[in-house]
Design a protein around this ligand. Sequence first.
Ligand code: FAD
Ligand code: SF4
Length: 511
Amino acid sequence: MAVTTLRVVLGDQLSGTLSALSDLDPTRDVVLMAEVMDECTYVPHHLKKIVLVLSAMRHFAHALAAKGVRVRYVRLDDPTNTQTLRGEVRRAVAALKPHRVVVTEPGEYRVISDMRDWTEDLEIRPDIRFVCSIADFRHWASGRTSLRMEFFYRDMRRRTGLLMTPDGEPEGDRWNFDAENRKRLPPGLPIPPVAGFPPDGLTQAVIDLVRQRFTQGFAEVDGFSFPVTAGDAETALADFIANRLPGFGDWQDAMRSNAPTLFHAVISPALNIGLLDPLQVCRSVEAAWRRGHVALNAAEGFIRQIIGWREYIRGIYWLKMPEYGALNALNATRPLPEFYWNGATKMACIRHVVGQTRRHAYAHHIQRLMVTGNFALLAGLHPDAVDEWYMAVYADAYQWAEMPNTRCMALFADGGIVGSKPYAASGAYINRMSDYCTGCAYDVKQATGPAACPFNFLYWDFIARHAERFASNVRMAMPLRNWQRMAPDRRDAIRARAAEFLAEMDAPPPL
Ligand code: FAD
Ligand code: SF4
């Protein structure tokens, strides 16, 4: 029978509600899914991310086929695979001769630019799996002088009705309980484990394939346990709500060396490939608060991450691309040190975060922002190199989410669109929020001399390097004043130690 429509489903579009599938006719349409090398290698992805995406694609294709849908599924090791999305669409069009090709807009600018060349009869549909459409975000942003997340978030609360009273006021009379969400973790506090999903036969076949084909990728596939189906992702969410959400608010910013996930949800790998629906996730969390299972600061803190930060970050990405990808407001030029890949550094905080990232393809927000991101900001690492690293190492990395967080929130490369000031911090912040400094080779109390914590002298060196730029930023007035009040010989010693440390980092002595 003639094929009416070829429906292309990409690796991060594994949702039953996908716009490209909305009018699917199982008797006349074909769904195309292709595992291609091009997508697996455009950055050296963490091997667990490759396993996650390929396994979830295979499970999704099986579920469609079980409903009677015709699926043209191209495996990575298929000898006829052209290994590009464009090549696979063109091959399918030549073989099936559909009347039209339908796809949902991708999550990365790189892919949409390529997509426009796929075939003449291509219909690109909006991605309706977000709470705020790209068009609505543009409308919200138009004419505003400040695009701060907080104002967007309040609009989203009103629009969704989440945590709102029947009178249209925020529950608890406040929009934001962030001030209550920065507690230090009491030593010995038990941390509930994250639900794991041991590989089934389909996933094991993918693990074998990945081991065979990707010898150069970051880290290892051992211990893969991410959910790869919508059902398992729901189970993971339920486990988070039951066991970790109650502690999410209070200890959201805390870090502990033997507990990589703490009270976080660890749902971004599943959410970003479409196994969970963001609004449903928020409704489940709201319901947990309404039935008295969690405090308001936990529910609000979590919901803000999704309808606030996640939606805002995506909106900013599509508003500002492609120019956004080249921003470098602080003119940072330093190459990425090797220890971002191998963790071989005396800085215990970086060693821990890189180590857990290699093992789990996961770090929580504060580890990404205030440890590896903060170091990259203070040391002046080039945004392209830092972007590539964050894209490569996390299981949830897709450019729409990764780039505004890295380039702009962590590196301030947009000069202040996302944040009003850089998230620069000395070792004191890391010491307050973690146990990393106990047992570190450096002393977090010192800012000069060979034993000084690098975050301390690099922090002041950063302030000094950019003093002129930050002079007009009221939120940077205090650190600038503190730097200017410091005794000249102390300032010289700090800057000399920073120069020495950075020179050694750029050209490490031979082992
Ligand atoms: P939780 O802390 O439990 O939060 C719940 C959910 O909120 C997350 O799953 C995520 O979907 C959402 N969320 C929270 N903060 C953000 C944010 N700033 N931007 C987008 N979503 C957010 N997130 C990604 O999904 N992909 C990335 O590639 C990515 N890169 C990042 C790079 C840097 C430098 C930084 C600072 C943050 C990055 N984030 C990224 C945001 C955030 O760190 C992760 O979403 C979060 O750590 C995922 O873990 P979780 O599911 O346990 O999150
Ligand atoms: Fe990190 Fe400095 Fe603490 Fe060491 S002393 S763990 S380098 S913040």
